[in-house]
Design a protein around this ligand. Structure first.
Ligand code: BES
Ligand code: ZN
Length: 667
């Protein structure tokens, strides 16, 4: 039976299918038709034509973006954002400092559901401010997934562009929360830009291969604190009303642009580290994350200096659709990691590790997502090992490999390669454990084959020598393969075949798989309990949350509801405060129709928005032939979910947003 996708289930095979079906059309399936038949507009259409024919390695095109890095590149992004809770809108002004590679080419930006109010072009005038003029521009027709290209004509000499726009209340990358969805009595806003949602709140070159430095000011229509994924520069002293300033001198791709606004406070944790949260959440958050500085030190010792200055974590309200998002300087995280015993901090280790793998060395296109998430998952486990020892790291490896194996069983072979054969798909649609766990296992296998003395410096050199660039899978294979062989030549039969790992299905035979390790006792106890040879009360002696997750993930699908009732009365699983364990338990209980969880299930589904938990639970409810209940619960909870989660779950549950009332703001 497949184990519970408790640990990373937006990636479970079923969710993959669900996200795919949520896409109205595969990206690139049809070309968007810009309204104006101008020649430049036709070129923009080509940028999103079917991607199979485009050699991404050789081309500057990103099939998920209208931007053309070979023509014009934005190097500096200067933002003024007004956050209007009243209208659920961001009103923005941006100046783009551009580098022109093709003097005849226009600037092509990505947008989705934006109202563009004006576009100006600037020409430098020596030391003085540039001369501004209104620009010729057109907004193409909207493609269902890519959004609409904004094409700005660039006469000779122009080196900057200014755009004013406003966002839609339904922007796919923004979540506007009512006070009822927070701990306090203020509303809340947060963004989620990865993979291609930055364009729904800022017109930008929304491709991971293109990087810009960022400056920003933010004003808010009520006394709330904005936080951006950048260095906090405090209040603008020249402004009479509060205007917050942010700056990031390190260039970043657009998917790392992020903002949150709410009743937020910061608490310092160490010389470089701090945590942000609503006041009611701050003490628990500070306690859970007390080891941030130690995590930083652990990874720096082996893989090179942290390049982003400060490292802070912002704990979001519970509707956040992901576990964590590695926004630079300020990781955004779900409050579900606040277990009270630091048992779920691997998630923070993961987001921190992205400061090397992903944010520093970025995947050149979303086809190379594994190059971002795989090494990050590997580094995450190295941090866990350094802080908590080999045994704990081994448990995390085992849980990860267990999820991967279960997922591979149901996945077409064509989806199992690290680098997918079909190019240009939205990573939300191809999100799976393959990028994370198979990617991490490849690095673990290389580590095992060459030894840490050889492997660690090569991985460090990969980061050092490609810092602040986008890299392809082919570049990784060439670099790592050559450096490892030069340092420690291995005979052919001992050298892992990178090609088999990257382009082939499944797990190659040479995979350095983790062993059950500390879970061996769990497996033995589970077998005995299932066979009726062990008391329910005796089960779970000496187990921590990870053991329970392993146990719940391996229960047979047809376990009788009475046995679940026994477990619950002995071990109070429905009352657990560890939300990872709770989610795994609710999934098992929902599948078997165990009614003891009903009240908590309803509260859970209307409070938490983390897709990894929601999708398996709704799927379990549906599989229990309880569609009526699944749908009733979904109708109630849907208004509290993030647009990304709604899009994914609508198709899973069979909810037709067009047929339903327009979603009214909750609370
Ligand atoms: N960057 C990802 C989240 C993501 C990936 C968002 C692709 C949109 C598209 C983040 O680092 C991540 O992987 N988060 C995981 C947690 C982690 C411990 C595996 C999550 O949210 O569950
Ligand atoms: Zn990640």
């Amino acid at each position: 039976m497949p184990p519970s996708p408790a640990l990373r289930s937006p990636s479970a095979a079923g969710l993959l299918a669900l996200l795919l079906s949520a896409c109205p059309q595969p990206p690139g399936a049809s070309s968007p038709r810009p309204s104006a038949p101008a020649p430049s507009a036709d070129k923009a259409a080509e940028a999103a034509t079917p991607t199979e024919t485009i050699d991404l390695e050789a081309s500057a095109r990103d099939p998920l973006s209208y931007a053309r890095a070979d023509e014009v590149v934005v190097r500096e992004l200067d933002l003024d954002l007004e956050v209007l809770f009243e209208r659920r809108e961001i009103v923005g002004r941006a100046t783009y400092l551009i580098e022109r590679h093709d003097p005849a080419a226009p600037l092509r930006l990505d947008t989705r559901d934006l109202t563009v109010e004006s576009v100006s072009i600037g020409t430098p005038r020596g030391e003085r401010a540039p001369r501004w003029a209104s620009a010729g521009y057109r907004l193409g027709a909207a493609h269902p997934e890519l959004g609409a290209p904004l094409i700005v004509d660039l006469p000779e000499g122009v080196d900057r562009v200014e755009i004013r726009w406003r966002t839609s209340p339904d922007a796919s990358g923004l979540h506007w929360l009512s006070p009822a969805q927070t701990r306090g009595d203020a509303p809340f806003l947060y963004s989620q830009s990865q993979a291609i949602h930055a364009r729904s709140w800022i017109p930008c070159q929304d491709s991971p291969a293109i990087r810009a430095t960022v400056r920003a000011t933010v004003t808010v229509d009520r006394p709330l604190r904005p936080v951006m994924a950048a260095v906090d520069r405090g209040l603008d002293p020249t402004s009479e009303t509060p205007r917050y300033r942010f700056a990031l001198d390190q260039a970043i791709p657009a998917y790392l642009l992020a903002i949150a606004v709410g009743d937020l406070e910061r608490r310092e944790l160490g010389p470089r580290t701090a945590v942000w949260a609503e006041p009611a959440t701050l003490p628990a958050a500070a306690d859970e994350l007390a080891e941030l500085e130690a995590m930083l030190a652990a990874i720096e010792a082996t893989f090179g200096p942290y390049r982003w200055g400060r490292y802070e974590v912002l704990i979001l309200p519970p509707s956040f659709p992901f576990g964590g998002m590695e926004n630079p300087v300020v990781t955004f995280a779900t409050p579900t990691i606040l277990a009270g015993d630091r048992s779920l901090v691997a998630l923070i280790a993961h987001e921190l590790a992205h400061s090397w793998s992903g944010n520093l060395v970025t995947n050149a296109s979303w086809d190379d997502l594994w190059l971002n998430e795989g090494p990050t998952t590997y580094l995450e486990r190295r941090i866990i090992e350094a802080l908590y020892g080999r045994e704990r790291a081994a448990m995390e490896w085992t849980l990860g490999a267990q999820l991967l194996r279960a997922e591979l069983e149901h996945m077409p072979a064509s989806e199992q390669a690290l680098r997918p054969a079909r190019r240009g798909r939205d990573p939300e649609a191809v999100f799976s454990d393959v990028a994370y766990e198979k990617g991490a296992l490849l690095l673990r296998t290389l580590e095992g084959a060459y030894g840490r003395e050889t492997f660690d410096p090569v991985l460090r050199a990969w980061f050092d020598e490609h810092a602040f660039t986008g890299q392809t899978t082919a570049a990784f294979v060439d670099f790592v393969g050559a450096r490892l062989d030069a340092a420690t030549p291995l005979p052919g039969r001992e050298r892992p075949s990178l090609d088999a790992w990257i382009y082939g299905p499944g797990l190659p035979n040479d995979a350095a798989l983790p062993t059950a390790g500390g879970f061996a006792t769990v497996e033995a106890a589970t077998a005995a309990w299932l066979a009726g040879e062990r008391d329910t009360a005796a089960l779970g002696e000496g187990w921590g949350p990870l053991h329970w997750l392993h146990f719940l993930g391996r229960l047979p699908e047809d376990i009788p509801a009475e046995r679940l009732a026994e477990l619950d009365s002995q071990h109070r699983l429905t009352a657990t405060t560890n939300l990872e364990v709770l989610a795994a338990w609710l999934e098992v209980a929902a599948r078997r129709g165990y009614a003891g969880v009903d009240a908590r299930l309803r509260v859970f589904l209307t409070t938490f928005g983390r897709l990894k938990y929601l999708a398996p639970i709704y799927r379990a409810l549906l599989s229990a032939e309880n569609d009526g209940r699944a749908r009733a619960l979904y109708n109630e909870a849907r208004p509290t979910y993030h647009p990304i989660a709604r899009a994914a779950l609508d198709s899973l549950v069979g909810f037709d947003p067009a047929a339903a009332q327009p979603a009214s703001p909750p609370g």
